[in-house]
Design a protein around this ligand. Structure first.
Ligand code: NAP
Length: 235
């Protein structure tokens, strides 16, 4: 049995990832910062879904979630750091340290809180995988490539929070070569995050997430990579 935790799985890309991984045979902890939403999503996903209360900005909540997964006794094989916020569209002139700190606390520090708490379980797995859900907006390569839409957008906080998540992925991958730790860009997908303006469906948006969460066994499985549905994304 493969046991998987997805943060922010009560809706959007996280929920669709849970649905597809359960169909692929995983038992999925459906992470949500709201108990009712976790319950509701897990019920909708069926018997192989387990609700898990986890607010990734709250160290005590993350620790309690790790304890509860540890006590359940099935370990953890796959961690998907999916929970994230857009932070609204703050003009560059109005961007403050506090507004950046808020984005980082969820999108970047949140992933570290969760990874830190669940690493002991992942390291005991035969096949520990971590998938960090980043964004093409976190690609410095695309932000500086005039042929890419990302180079036209100015989103200081969100883009910086995802670029930092990308670097954390590379550093974690070097630190834990026994795991497979990758970062993915779902692409612009219609979810609450963007008022459903995204051009992809959630089914299209989770392709890279699901691929990184179901890597084939073997030492040559990639680690420290940044991909989207089409393949490698420039850092
Ligand atoms: P979404 O529908 O808004 O879902 C975001 C999820 O994260 C929700 O479950 C939300 O919980 C959860 N969350 C936010 N803060 C949290 C916290 N402190 N603790 C625990 N959970 C928290 O957005 P989405 O589009 O599916 O986004 C999923 C990931 O994909 C994000 O990391 C996002 O940056 C990334 N992404 C999305 C797109 C896109 O176009 N949609 C593109 C690139 C990357 P609540 O329901 O309680 O708010």
């Amino acid at each position: 049995m493969t046991t998987t935790l997805i943060t922010g799985a009560n809706k959007g890309l996280g929920f669709e990832t849970a649905r597809q991984l359960i169909a692929a045979g995983h038992t999925v902890y459906v992470g949500s910062r709201d108990e009712g939403n976790a319950q509701q999503a897990a019920e909708a996903l069926g018997p192989n879904a387990r609700p898990l209360l986890i607010d990734i900005t709250d160290e005590a909540s993350v620790q309690a979630a790790a304890e509860s997964v540890g006590k359940a006794g099935d370990g953890l094989d796959v961690l998907i750091n999916n929970a994230g916020i857009a932070g609204g569209s703050i003009a560059p002139i109005d961007t403050t340290g506090d507004s950046l700190a808020r984005l980082l606390d969820t999108n970047t520090v949140g992933a570290v809180r969760v990874t830190h708490a669940f690493l002991p379980l992942l390291l005991r797995s035969k096949r520990g995988l971590v998938v960090n859900v980043s964004s093409g907006l976190g690609s410095i390569g695309w932000a500086t490539d005039p042929s890419r839409l990302e180079s036209q957008l100015v989103l200081l906080n969100y883009a910086a929070s995802k670029a930092a998540l990308n670097m954390l992925t590379v550093q974690y991958a070097k630190a834990f070569p026994q795991l497979r730790i990758n970062v993915v860009d779902p692409g612009y997908t219609a979810t609450d995050l963007n008022g459903h303006r995204g051009t992809q469906t959630v089914e299209e948006g989770v392709v890279a997430i699901v691929r990184a969460a179901t890597l084939p066994e073997g030492d040559d499985a990639p680690t420290g990579t940044f991909t989207n549905a089409d393949g490698p994304v420039p850092w």
